[in-house]
Ligand binder design. Structure first.
Ligand SMILES: [Zn+2]
Length: 325
């Protein structure tokens, strides 16, 4: 209820009630409402045009953008780590694995080449952060390509390793007679005096003196191509084809333990020492061929002999004595 106002009437000497004019009262109310509305509108326009105050939706969007930026930074760091690890693998691939298996290193340009031709990032253009998104997508694409190349390279290496394993198992690389059963290394590869003619003659194998019946072992994996007495001088002899151009020959045997065509593994018992053919005393005459050429077998005994044994063998093998043929 509005206040009731009075005024003093000197004529009647009494207080009289002031009756407000109705029209004025309504005008005041209308003015007040209009003023308030104008002020409100003005404030609203002012508020919406400043950054000082955000709507709840703006606030949540801002938070989201901040969060995206943080996540993007983390992703960037992770990507950098992946690039570093990949670079390290590639380095080992080129400088250790591929080198070891005699494969050519993959050139840097090939590993890190981007994609030419059509613009594959067109769909990412026209946004506020297009540059950043396109750069990151490009980096990821290159990583993907690097991984594909690396994976292919490792596949190739796995194949080469398998081949190498086969090659290492194949080449004649052990002494064909057990050291404990060996009387001595009678004669090595080189010029020796012939036991029959006493003339100086090239002896293209190694002679191992051992009692008749001493076991003879295959010096590498392969296939028996001959086990017969049909080659002049060698007597009963065995030839093993190891593949990769390698062949080994075991001569003057007393007995065979394998047949022609049989597959053998390194260390398999293939026959026994004798003195058949052009031989002066029981011994094994052993030859190694590479691409049909006889080579010095002494270069192939890695692994089966101790250093001392190898030194002893070298000493005996290099003595210019008489071979047993
Ligand atoms: Zn010989």
């Amino acid at each position: 209820m509005s206040k009731v106002k009075y005024y003093y009437d000197p004529d009647t000497l009494s207080y009289r009630k002031i009756e407000p004019k109705k029209s004025r009262r309504y005008r005041n109310i209308a003015l007040f409402i209009a003023g308030s509305a104008l002020f409100g509108l003005f404030s609203l326009i002012l508020l919406l045009n400043t950054n000082m105050v955000n709507t709840p939706r703006e606030l949540s969007l801002n938070r989201e953008v901040k969060n995206y930026e943080l996540q993007f930074e983390l992703l960037d760091k992770k990507m950098q780590q992946i690039e570093e690890v990949l670079a390290n693998i590639e380095d080992r691939d080129n400088n250790i694995y591929r080198l070891y298996f005699e494969a050519n290193p993959i050139p840097e340009e090939q590993r890190r080449a981007g994609f030419g031709g059509i613009n594959r990032y067109k769909s990412l253009e026209g946004f506020n952060n297009s540059e950043m998104v396109i750069a990151t997508t490009k980096r990821l694409d290159i990583i993907k390509k690097q991984m594909a190349i690396q994976s292919k390279s490792l596949e190739e290496i796995a194949l080469l390793a398998k081949e190498k394993e086969k090659l290492l198992a194949a080449i004649p690389a052990i002494q064909p007679i057990n050291n404990s059963e060996l009387t001595r290394m009678a004669s090595g590869y080189g010029y020796r005096s012939d036991p029959f003619t006493k003339a100086r003659k090239m002896h293209r194998g190694m002679d191992f003196t051992a009692p008749r019946g001493t076991p003879i072992y295959a010096s590498g994996d392969g296939k028996v191509t001959r086990a017969d007495n049909n080659s002049s001088g060698y007597g009963k002899h065995i030839r093993i084809d190891h593949g990769y151009g390698y062949m080994s020959l075991y001569a003057h045997l007393s007995k065979y333990n394998v047949n022609k065509g049989q597959k053998v593994k390194r260390g398999d018992l293939i026959g026994f020492v004798g003195s058949t053919g052009r031989s002066e005393a029981p011994h094994l005459h052993y030859e190694v061929f590479k691409d049909k050429e006889r080579i010095n077998p002494i270069n192939f005994y890695y692994g089966s002999l101790s250093l001392k044994e190898f030194e002893n063998m070298l000493k005996y093998a290099n003595q210019e004595n008489q071979s047993l043929d």
